[in-house]
Each structure stands twice: as structure tokens, then as C-alpha cells.
Write a protein that binds this ligand. Structure first.
Ligand SMILES: CC(C)(COP(=O)(O)OP(=O)(O)OC[C@H]1O[C@@H](n2cnc3c(N)ncnc32)[C@H](O)[C@@H]1OP(=O)(O)O)[C@@H](O)C(=O)NCCC(=O)NCCS
Length: 184
């Protein structure tokens, strides 16, 4: 099954085999990876790529590739998966996530893609609420969460097996279907 959705400026779509290398080449920078463990070896990213493809196969959604409609440029990923971090108190919760290349920052692309992903979570995939996870230092990601109308639930903070030693507790921001609809 291949997925595709559009916003005013963007396309969200399924991963294809030849996206793996291209994504790594444009995204593996110290700034993009600052709160994600730092730059990665290609082999490690390929494991992540396999997981992303597996989510779509198993659940029908994943953190999809985001491209600009104008020129088909790959900008990053944004989408949905089931929360599956070791140590998280709410495994299986619908999770929204994003990662954009540096040259695409500050243009509202992440917010545009994330608004679409929230719409899909609630209207197509039947989520009652959606979580976004990040660490305390990632203010860019937290600002995006707030702009989406998400609210932090301190009770869902946890010690993440991969990231917390380096960055502190993983924290969660949430929005319910009711809150999302009320935003209009
Ligand atoms: C988080 C990220 C996707 C935001 O991308 P972006 O393209 O800059 O986001 P947008 O342009 O849609 O901006 C969304 C809001 O966040 C704000 N914002 C973006 N970067 C910010 C920063 N560094 N500090 C504070 N606010 C920031 C924007 O100003 C905007 O708010 P506004 O509408 O009030 O102006 C991007 O920084 C990124 O890819 N980071 C690296 C990967 C990452 O950390 N992913 C998340 C892991 S949890």
C-alpha cells in the first residue's frame, strides 16, 4: 500500500527503497541531529529506515517523507506511529513526529505537515489523542507542539533508555480529538 497526502505546499508520502540514502545525505547534520543523539553512521540510519517502513506495513502509517510540491525537493519526514520507546508509560499511544532539513527550517513547513498528520490521526486513523515526545532542550520542537495546541502532561515524562542519560527526561505533549476539533 502506498500512502500520499497533500497540503498547500507539501506532499506526505510512503518511503521508497531509494529514499534511504538521499534522506541520510541531507539530514545527517549536527544541527538536525542535535537532540537525536548526534550524527549517525549510515548503517544505524538504515535500521531506522527499516523500522519506519515496518510501521507503515504493520499499522498503515509512519513518519512519512515530506516533499515540496513545487520542485519535489525532499524536506524531511513528518507523520504518525505507535509510541514505542523503552521506559515510556503509554506504549501504543498515537504519536506524531517530525524532522526537517536545515534549509527548510523557519518556513512553516513543519507546522503545515504536522497539521495534516493530526488531521489524519483523528479523522482517518481513529485516534482519541495524540502525543509528541521530546527532551527539555529541544525548544524548536516544543514550540511547534505548542503551536499545534498540544499541552504537556508532566505525569507522562519518563527516563528514555536511549536519550535521557544525555538530555534528561523525555517529556510528552498531548492533544485530544476534542481539543483539536475545538481549534477549528
Ligand atoms: C522541530 C523542527 C521540525 C521545526 O521546524 P521548522 O521548519 O523550523 O518549524 P516551523 O517553521 O513550522 O515553525 C513552527 C513554530 O516553531 C517555531 N520555532 C522553530 N524553530 C524554533 C527555535 N529554534 N526556537 C523557538 N521556536 C522555534 C517557529 O517560530 C514557529 O512558531 P511561530 O508560528 O510562532 O513562528 C526543526 O527544528 C527540526 O527538524 N529539528 C531537528 C529534528 C528534531 O529535533 N526533530 C524533533 C525531535 S522531537
Amino acid at each position: 500500500m502506498t500512502f500520499q497526502a497533500r497540503t498547500e505546499r507539501l506532499r506526505l508520502r510512503s518511503w521508497q527503497a531509494d529514499d534511504c540514502r538521499r534522506f541520510y545525505d541531507i539530514m545527517n547534520t549536527p544541527a538536525v541531529m542535535q537532540w537525536l543523539g548526534g550524527v549517525q553512521a549510515y548503517e544505524k540510519w538504515c535500521e531506522g529506515f527499516e523500522r519506519l517502513q515496518g510501521y507503515e506495513r504493520d499499522f498503515g502509517f509512519t513518519f512519512w517523507i515530506v516533499e515540496r510540491l513545487d520542485d519535489d525537493e525532499m524536506l524531511g519526514f513528518c507523520g504518525l506511529k505507535r509510541l514505542n520507546y523503552e521506559g515510556a508509560p503509554n506504549p501504543g499511544e498515537m504519536e506524531i513526529g517530525w524532522r526537517f532539513r536545515e534549509s527548510a527550517w523557519g518556513k512553516g513547513y513543519a507546522r503545515e505537515a504536522a497539521e495534516k498528520a493530526l488531521e489524519l490521526a483523528f479523522e482517518r486513523y481513529g485516534a482519541a489523542r495524540v502525543s509528541a515526545v521530546t527532551v527539555g532542550g529541544n525548544t524548536a520542537s516544543q514550540t511547534l507542539m505548542l503551536r499545534l495546541g498540544m499541552i504537556e502532561d508532566p505525569a507522562l515524562a519518563y527516563h528514555d533508555a536511549v536519550y535521557s542519560e544525555r538530555y534528561g527526561p523525555a517529556r510528552q505533549w498531548l492533544i485530544t480529538k476534542y481539543e483539536w476539533r475545538a481549534r477549528g
